[in-house]
Design a protein around this ligand. Structure first.
Ligand code: 13P
Ligand code: SF4
Length: 304
């Protein structure tokens, strides 16, 4: 089948099944191109909860589809590639978190959405890279347990006067961006602001002109008067940055900034998922209900 035929078939099946196609900002270009909505983890979770569609085709990684299934249990959530996981999410287990809770009794657990439903179920509140500072500020407590991303936790700690007990997790993709890569590019393009994701190592984030979520990057780069930018996040972000800012240049801070999991989903996978109505992501009620509580508490915090 030719690419255009696959795209047409996907469109026809989405209509027939009353489906919506959501794609994370790191997905392959051709997937972002046909998505009804592209966005960061927070925006996509909210879309999933609010969409009137009966079927959600979630082009992202497993924890994102799980979040959609937690928030919208009455909808069918399809994850075209069940093997698209997140190594950072896998770094924190329920047993490990329970042990940490035992070490710091009374400290609320703030869990980055890059985590399993079972870990969310043991948490007090979730956060994303777009709202983590606000989420931690919203808590009355002076100490928090923050899982699983130590880099996001350290970044938030820069702004919030609380004690952080950090889980030692990280994103292997963002961790591959090194200080030397940034220093070299800053010397080569002195006029270009360096913008990075808080999943980057703190030494890298310290060199940034702006640190933000993927959606934050679109806003920053379109508003900035700069003509070129050094981008410190997964390569998939370049598709929309270039599309929405034709006069500007975007330089990826390292060729290693590619998340293999985010690159798995192809147009053929999406078509097959819609044809077979599988794989479906479901979360058992005994996990879904407490996990939803942690997500709802986060979603109740007003967005900027
Ligand atoms: P967001 O900016 O969408 O939170 O993305 C970070 C990420 O790594 C998702 O896996
Ligand atoms: Fe996980 Fe990092 Fe890939 Fe995001 S970019 S899905 S945090 S491994």
């Amino acid at each position: 089948m030719y690419t255009d035929e696959i795209k047409q078939e996907i469109g026809a099946l989405l209509k027939k099944r009353n489906g919506v196609l959501l794609a994370h900002n790191y997905m392959r270009d051709e997937v972002q191109e046909i998505a009804d909505i592209t966005g960061d983890s927070l925006a996509l979770s909210m879309e999933a909860a609010e969409a009137s569609a009966e079927v959600i085709v979630f082009c992202g990684v497993h924890f994102m589809a799980e979040s959609a299934a937690i928030l919208a249990p009455e909808k069918t959530v399809l994850l075209p590639r069940l093997d698209a996981g997140c190594p950072m999410a896998d770094m924190v287990t329920e047993a490990g978190l329970l042990e940490m809770k035992g070490m710091y009794p009374g400290a609320p657990v703030v869990t980055y959405v890059n985590s399993s439903a079972a870990v969310k179920a043991l948490s007090d509140i979730c956060c994303t890279s777009a709202n983590a500072v606000k989420v931690v500020e919203s808590l009355p407590d002076r100490e928090v347990i923050f899982v699983p991303d130590r880099n996001l936790g350290r970044y938030v700690a820069r702004f919030v006067g609380k004690k952080f007990h950090l889980w030692d997790g990280f994103c292997p993709t963002h961790e591959r961006l090194k200080v030397d890569d940034v220093i070299r590019l800053k010397a080569e393009y002195p006029d270009a602001p360096f913008v990075c994701h808080p999943e980057c190592n703190p030494a890298v984030a310290a060199l940034a002109d702006h640190v933000c979520s993927t959606t934050g990057m679109y806003g920053y780069c379109s508003k900035s008067p700069a003509r070129r930018f050094i981008i410190g996040t997964e390569a998939g972000i370049l598709y929309r940055l270039r599309h929405e800012n034709p006069g500007k240049e975007f330089i990826l801070a390292s060729p290693a900034l590619i998340c293999p999991n985010m690159k798995l989903t192809s147009l053929e996978d999406i078509l097959e998922a819609l044809q077979t109505m599988s794989p479906v992501v479901r979360v058992p009620e005994e996990i879904r209900i407490p996990a939803k509580r942690a997500l709802d508490r986060m979603l109740a915090i007003p967005r900027d």
